[in-house]
Design a protein around this ligand. Structure first.
Ligand SMILES: Nc1nc2c(ncn2[C@@H]2O[C@H](COP(=O)(O)OP(=O)(O)O)[C@@H](O)[C@H]2O)c(=O)[nH]1
Ligand SMILES: [Mg+2]
Length: 283
């Protein structure tokens, strides 16, 4: 970890779990029993306060307002004593959606993309749908659908590829693959608890989003794919889960490592991303 700001570009459409992960991560950092721990005074915690409070009551938090973008600055250290500042953003995920839909990257986002050397893309597989093809929908059906003329929508896989391609362009990366100096990318499959998938996270991605996986692995050699369940189980905003509030939110949530093992250490994906970057700098 370098001494300067270790900013992570957190990418995720709305509803993938960015806010809840931020709140759970913050609590783990403060509790200091994970690989990464808070080492000083964090600033700009306001965006996470409501979520922290709701989780303590065993409830899910409300949705983040669209226009918000706030960087929280968290001074963190690792077990080996290295320290740095983690810059963790909080924003309404609709900003990413409109980026894809309008194919325009706002100036502020261009700067973030150019400056951050670590990108973390959060995908909630339950929220994505595979487009129909001849296997899932016979051609006779397709012909009927064409007559009915439903509005054309690009598939979720194509949207994610489009997003990465836009970021690669803004960053000035070679579209044919990662070179030294290119940002590290980790894909986090969120709400893993609702997936009920037995294999590793990259297997889940290959099964559920094969075209996106093909693009990802052609662009980033050996991309890091992890699973995340920030909450550990579903919560609702209005009914309190009494077990959750009595045991405390820090007892819940887990990460699935690229090898498919579960770990309660929610700081693991950040640790891995920071470590990969330092390895690349050392090479
Ligand atoms: N089952 C389950 N639900 C989650 C988890 N993390 C977040 N959620 C739910 O996913 C929804 C969106 O989460 P949120 O953090 O607001 O997403 P954001 O829009 O990306 O910030 C909320 O209803 C949460 O209760 C999780 O680990 N497991
Ligand atoms: Mg949010």
């Amino acid at each position: 970890m370098s001494g300067s700001g270790d900013s992570i570009l957190l990418l995720g459409e709305s509803g993938v779990g960015k806010t809840h992960y931020g709140a759970q991560l913050l609590r783990r950092l403060i509790k200091k029993d994970c690989r990464l721990r808070m080492n000083g005074q964090a600033t700009n915690l306001e965006p996470f306060e409501a979520a922290l409070e709701s989780l303590s009551e065993g409830k899910a938090a409300d949705h983040t307002a669209t226009s918000i973008y706030v960087d929280s600055v968290w001074p963190v250290s690792q077990e080996d004593g290295t320290s740095g500042q983690l810059i963790w953003p909080e924003y309404g995920g609709e900003q990413i959606k409109s980026m894809i839909e309008t194919r325009r990257v706002a100036d502020a986002w261009c700067r973030r993309v150019q400056q951050a050397d670590r990108w973390m893309l959060m995908i909630r597989l339950q929220q994505t749908q595979l487009g129909d093809d001849v296997l899932s929908r016979p051609l006779s059906d397709m012909r009927r659908a064409a007559r009915e003329n439903p509005a054309h929508q690009i598939s979720d896989q194509a949207r994610l590829i489009e997003l990465l391609q836009m970021l690669i362009y803004v960053r000035g990366m070679s579209p044919t693959g990662v070179r030294p100096g290119s940002p590290q990318l980790a894909v986090l499959l969120t709400c893993w608890d609702e997936l009920r998938f037995e294999g590793t996270p990259s297997e889940a991605l290959q099964v559920r989003l094969p075209m996106f996986w093909a693009f990802l692995s052609a662009t980033w050699p050996a991309p890091t794919v992890m699973g995340l369940s920030a909450l550990g189980r579903p919560l609702t905003p209005h009914t309190s889960d009494s077990d959750y509030s009595s045991r405390g939110p820090e007892q819940f949530g887990f990460v699935v490592t690229p090898e498919g093992e579960r770990s309660p250490d929610l700081t693991w994906p950040i640790h891995l991303l920071l470590d990969k970057q330092s390895q690349q700098e050392a090479d």
